[in-house]
Design a protein around this ligand. Sequence first.
Ligand code: ADP
Ligand code: ZN
Ligand code: ZN
Length: 732
Amino acid sequence: MFAEVIVEIKASNTDRLYTYKVPEGMELDVGMRVLVPFRNRLVEGYVTSLTDNPSYSEEKIKSIYKVLDRYPIFNKKMIELAKWMKEYYKCYFSEVFQTMMPAGIDKGEKKIKLVRLKVDDIFEEDFKRAPKQWEILRYLRKRNPIKLSDLVRALNTDYGTIKVLEKKGYIEVYEEEIKRFQVKFVQKSIPPVLTEEQKKAVEEVKKSILSGHSDAFLLFGVTGSGKTEVYLNLIEEAIKMGKAAIVLVPEISLTPQTIERFVSRFGDRVAVIHSGLSPGERFDEWRKVKNKEVDVVVGVRSAVFAPFDNLGIIIIDEEHEATYKQSDVRPRYNAKEVAEKRCEIENAVLVMASATPSLETYHKALKGEYKLLTLTKRIKASMPKIEIVNMSEELAKGNTSIFSRRLFSYIKENLKKGEQTILFLNRRGYSSFVACRDCGYVPKCPNCDISLTYHFEDKKLVCHYCGYEEPMKDICPKCGSKRIRYMGIGTERVEMDVKKFFPEARILRMDVDTTRKKGSHEKIFYEFKSGKADILIGTQMISKGFDIPNVTLVGVILADITLNLPDFRSSERTFQLLTQVAGRAGRGEKPGRVVIQTYDDTHYSIVTAKEQDYVKFFKEEIKYREAFKYPPFAHLMNIVVSGENEEEVKNTSANTYLICQKVINKLQIGSYNKILGPAPAPISKLNNRYRWQVIVKSEDRKVLEEIAGHIENMRHPKEVRVAFDIDPLNIM
Ligand code: ADP
Ligand code: ZN
Ligand code: ZN
């Protein structure tokens, strides 16, 4: 017999199947890892298929050296998924397999040593000469069995004595496997009676699961409309049919409260995968799935690879979240797309859910590619009152502080009443935009319609998509004001001003700087929740999952910061963020208030966020996407060239441009293809490396896939790196 093997070498010329002989008697199955001889050394590999007819002359075929696994790591369907990922994201097989495997797979099971008493009748007189031995036995009579290390510590005894007792047959030292991570026991909860809307959603999806065909749904419902309750019911239905469920949740929403909701319904049949797990813990959770000890996996992006072979449903909560995309390392996959493909392969059902669906997803739902399910009503809490304050008007009235008069007075009131306030500031330190403080005008690129970024050194305004540039303006072209300047404030500045204006307030700050240490995020959260502070200042981190009844005021310091990110999704991100932030106010009995400060109070993102009208927002945003050919009307590819030598980087990015052009001319497909750049990336220098980028837009994704192949084989200086991302969610 012969095996087709993918070798664990990351290079384009070895990224293919190699054939090896399976020695007589070797226990081998598809999906196992092996060691194989390869160019005079042994390398790891993955068996993707077994065959009796090799496509290669038999006598030249080498034999597999060793099998590394006792059971297959991947089943055939996962191998099919891997093949799809390789082609779709244009990466190496081995990169996909490594992504699918749990980190820590080679850590093995964790075992502990235990000691137990083997005989019942023990008499003190038998141990007159061995008091130490007697002490151990007496202790064991009370605690049997006990961890060896605990016994040694408790009695301050030594292993020698224990050995002697074991030899004499009184006790036994044995090993037991333990799971590194255990879900906490939670009281079973009684499910509420579903509302009509919830029932309808559950019925629709249930029908699809029963039919055994793959299907995809968008569950569109505001926060608090009972989406999670729908998930719980769907999972229950799937389990009744003997099927398993995967629930993907963004990292920041994977809080103890979230986990508790699943555990209180399904007990220990739930595995949890979050990024705080050690490799060993990850492996244990993975094995619970493999051994069929669980029916449900709740986890972050990588949980989409949970090795069930009876998958019934994948649920993606907050489907618009960018964290589902792996942007930093290859394969640059999107768990949403992988989930959709996996459901197709395994005849499972996909449910994506959000209060603010991504433009792409909602567009597909309207076109009928996804079935749309809607929850229109909030179950409990009422909507907070949202007010917009125009900061230009504040300025005109002589208020130059970062607090509008309204927000200022609301904070004062809250302090007096002992109610809590969240001040939200989306800070992105790397870039700053220019705005007119009188009329709110922001200079934008005429080609790409994204905000121009101000470059301090040469006083230029630059477009990071296409490279367009113009000199910094002294006078606002819209209103003639001289107060046109760059914007940028950070959370530290807000903290300083809060201290200055509200000296009586107790303040907490949550941003990247205050949450570097593990666990500090939770610490700040619980301190605030328990009422140890009056005001919490924070970035994106606080926009989600913060369910604190005493928070009755949320202030958005400057909505324009997100609105003017140099990214075509900036309007969408703003709408999502404002909706989420607004959801933090008034979650308890007391009504909530939200104040959004901006220089651009007529922008549709802000106006529709105030009205909490997603559909209206969508209708505006989709027009602009169509006009400028952004997703969902075209696919994007971002190619980043980086290196320490700026000349080399520039030259390589120029070559990259030429390659793109050649491919487009050769293929002649897709009615719309456009290459932007080369231009310095928004983060133009990182770790002493210069960064340039080329962005390609195409109606046909195949064009981009073809370009990826050519980029991979492009010649360039050794030190220069060229990385590409198809369908990127961040262009930095
Ligand atoms: P979402 O996931 O859309 O934010 P949840 O499922 O968390 O909404 O529901 C919001 C709150 O309403 C939760 O406290 C939940 O327990 C409760 N809830 C959900 N559905 C019902 C229902 N049918 N009857 C009573 N309470 C419900
Ligand atoms: Zn102006
Ligand atoms: Zn441009």
